[in-house]
Write a protein that binds this ligand. Structure first.
Ligand code: 5RP
Length: 292
């Protein structure tokens, strides 16, 4: 197969060159999409900055009651003014989040695994497109397992959701899962993010890695970066800063916000980096001021 064996031709990601097909729309890769798609994407990516703070609290779909999310009804509402998008299950949204909020919605539409499994790499599409429309979802989130046992079925799930989304103008967010046995290298993330974009995702969620700017440059749709396991606030803000410097369009942070000692202050500090150009140092000072 081309490139797999034999002569290796060096790659050039043209890091210094901005994405060439922006047209007059603020979201990478979306210039040729229709009005409805653009409207949803504009609820996710702020038209002024082109960026987003997504807040992920969908952990319960396979982890049950996670530390920090024991009471969604108490934890989520105070954060709503400070984040752009809620990444959540329909169960969490319908039961615990007031519909009067103005955040975008990234609806988790796949499920089928639990923390009790050894292998978390098999899921199904569990939410019909009609329910995504009823929820007024701005995108549908699909877990994918590139390079893992569940690759074929997860990419099939992804394609089904993308096809349904294109029919009703709802973007699809492809989530790159990293299993225990999978490498967290730029080689892996370049492969996985690019596959998801080429299959038709309008947004890809992935992780930070070395040479992240090459991963971002090679992906023709916006990347939003997961926070991952809880870090000290200073380090989590450093991560947010590095991903934005590296070409991400935003963060999709969960535990580093809701497990923070001061979740509301942390959400605001992340917002400062993503939308207002704060450095991580400035954002940490801001966090400390708010939390004392
Ligand atoms: C699982 C997800 C979760 O929503 C996401 O990982 C949660 O965010 P964080 O890692 O920042 O807690 O997409 O694959």
């Amino acid at each position: 197969m081309a490139d797999k064996d034999g002569l290796k031709v060096p790659k050039d990601y043209h890091i210094a060159e901005p994405f060439a097909n922006m047209g007059d729309f603020h979201v990478k890769g979306a210039n040729s999409l229709d009005w409805g798609m653009k409207k949803h994407l504009s609820r996710i990516f702020n038209p002024k900055t082109g960026h987003t703070v997504m807040f992920a609290f969908d952990h319960g779909y396979f982890m049950g009651s996670t530390s920090g999310l024991e009471r969604l009804d108490l934890v989520i509402p105070p954060l709503l003014p400070y984040v752009d998008v809620l990444m959540a299950t329909r169960g969490a949204l319908r039961t615990c989040v007031p519909a009067s909020n103005t955040c975008g919605v990234a609806l988790r539409v796949t499920s089928g695994s639990s923390m009790l499994d050894d292998d978390l790499s098999h899921e199904v599409v569990a939410v019909d497109i009609e329910d995504a429309i009823r929820m007024n979802a701005d995108c549908m989130a699909v877990q994918t397992f590139v390079g893992a046992d569940g690759q074929l079925s997860s990419l099939e799930n992804l394609s089904r959701v993308i096809n349904a989304g294109l029919k009703y103008s709802i973007p699809t967010l492809g989530v790159v899962a990293v299993g225990k046995q999978m490498e967290r290298t730029d080689r892996f993330f370049k492969l996985a993010t690019r596959i998801l974009a080429e299959l038709g995702c309008q947004i890809v969620k992935t992780y930070y890695c070395e040479n992240f700017e090459e991963v971002a440059a090679a992906c023709p749709v916006p990347l939003v970066i997961a926070g991952g396991k809880k870090l000290p606030e200073k380090d989590a803000l450093n991560l947010a800063y590095k991903v934005m410097q590296g070409g991400a369009a935003g963060v999709d942070m969960g535990r580093n916000i809701f497990q923070s000692t001061h979740p509301v202050a942390m959400a605001q500090a992340v917002h400062k980096i993503v939308h207002e150009g704060f450095t991580d140092k400035e954002a940490f000072e801001f966090f400390e001021e708010l939390s004392h």
